[in-house]
Design a protein around this ligand. Structure first.
Ligand SMILES: Cc1cc2nc3c(=O)[nH]c(=O)nc-3n(C[C@H](O)[C@H](O)[C@H](O)COP(=O)(O)OP(=O)(O)OC[C@H]3O[C@@H](n4cnc5c(N)ncnc54)[C@H](O)[C@@H]3O)c2cc1C
Length: 383
């Protein structure tokens, strides 16, 4: 007997889940992994592209290199999901399966923030990071704002990383004194579950003269034109206006349209149980950023959820019993600038409240982060 599985989305969650099912079931598995892209890239590689540390081609890993027993990759765009019949429609055809896993991640609603498309930039999409990389050299003086438009957003440390890496970029160009940097985030501290990581980041901001504006969101970006010329203004949700010559935005996140139209989400994201990562529909799972499971939207948590969902799918197929519930634990690396990386080990569900253990920024953790990426690349792509 074979298990037929359709996995939608070959990101962190979909790749880890497909790998685990292939390892456990091999030839008993017929899994179709569908993604609209031809290549995978780590979220953090967008920062490398933005600040010119790596060319775009160097961070993309082609899906055609996936060779795993029982797994077929299809580059197709999903246009409809019927969770009742577990039927998926793409631009190329339809798929039916015993088990359906939705791992389609989060998209960006640029239009939700007036003026963002016209007067701002974002670095959360690959195309956005590439565009900003080309704009950055023209920023030689004035005020840069790194700003979050709404929560939830992927990788809570990434706005802080953006501000610290921008500082280094401007220092390297010898123009830091001519530029101001402000960072706007909707939390009271940079990384709420870890007071120590937050303290270290606040110290780094102070040392680098980065203005930290907590508990605020960017609600719009305007262009004012007067006799003296035109200026851009970033407007926060309390009406505060920040003059801005360069906006590096974190846009509002939304589930992909095809998910919103599927009947799976409630309040914008797919609810799942924490024991199996199952949706309310039989044999339909959802993992990663597309869910409202209660962890931040980050690759490490998508990967952790994939492990739990895979264990549940394998146990059901083998007719075996219990699997361990999702602990919501994961380690996030934080680019601290000056060639160092910090790490925070966060656990969301084991205790009464989320806790994070901070590991000071160091060059040793740079190697740790490189190993993290390389080990996933080797595991998922065999290269
Ligand atoms: C700047 C930045 C830095 C980050 N740094 C980190 C970090 O250091 N550590 C960390 O853990 N996380 C980090 N993240 C977050 C991380 O990238 C995401 O949280 C993670 O990729 C989510 O995994 P996922 O499997 O849920 O979704 P994704 O990895 O986003 O995968 C979803 C896939 O679905 C596909 N898809 C969507 N719609 C369709 C459709 N209609 N048809 C076909 N395919 C479709 C997409 O092409 C995509 O490949 C960062 C993110 C950003 C933006």
């Amino acid at each position: 007997m074979k298990l037929h599985v359709t996995v939608l989305g070959a990101g962190f969650g979909g790749l880890e889940l497909s790998t685990l099912l292939s390892e456990a079931l091999g030839d008993q598995l017929e899994l179709t992994l569908i993604d609209q892209n031809d290549a995978f890239f780590f979220g953090f590689s967008k920062l490398d592209v933005l600040f010119g540390k790596k060319p775009a081609g160097a961070v993309k890993i082609p899906y055609q290199t996936i060779v795993k027993p029982g797994v077929i990759f299809r580059r197709e765009t999903v246009t409809a999901i019927d969770p009742v019949t577990r039927t998926v429609t793409t631009l190329n055809g339809t798929y039916e399966a015993d088990v359906l896993v939705v791992a389609l991640g989060a998209n960006y609603d640029i239009g939700a923030t007036p003026g963002l498309a016209e007067w701002g930039n974002e670095y959360y999409s690959f195309a956005g990071a590439e565009k900003l990389r080309d704009i950055l050299p023209g920023f030689t003086k004035g005020h840069a704002v790194v700003g979050v438009c709404n929560a939830p957003f992927k990788c809570p440390p990434a706005p802080s990383e953006g501000a610290l890496m921008l500082h280094d970029y401007l220092v390297d160009k010898g123009i830091r004194d001519a530029c101001g940097i402000s960072l706007v985030i909707p939390f009271g501290s940079p990384i709420p579950p870890s007071p120590d990581s937050s303290k270290a980041l606040l110290k780094a901001f102070e040392e680098r003269d980065i203005r930290f504006i907590p508990q605020r969101k960017v609600s719009s970006i305007r262009k004012l034109t007067s006799a003296e010329g035109s200026t851009k203004i970033v407007v926060l949700d309390d009406g505060t206006q920040l003059p801005c010559d360069l906006f590096l935005g974190i846009p509002q996140h939304v589930a992909p349209d095809v998910v919103l139209q599927s009947g799976l989400p409630e309040n914008g994201w797919i609810p799942v149980d924490r024991t199996h990562l199952r949706t309310k529909y039989p044999n339909v799972y959802a993992i990663g950023d597309v869910t409202s499971v209660g962890t931040p939207k980050a690759g490490v948590f998508a990967e952790g959820a994939a492990k739990v969902a895979a264990a549940s799918i394998i146990a059901a197929f083998n007719g075996s019993g219990n699997t361990s519930p999702y602990t919501g634990a994961g380690s996030c690396y934080i680019e601290f600038g000056k060639g160092t990386v910090a790490r925070v080990d966060v656990d969301f569900f084991s205790g009464p409240k989320p806790v994070g253990v901070h590991h000071e920024a160091s060059t040793a953790l740079v190697a740790d982060k490189i190993h993290f990426g390389a080990s996933r690349k080797s595991r998922w792509f065999g290269i």
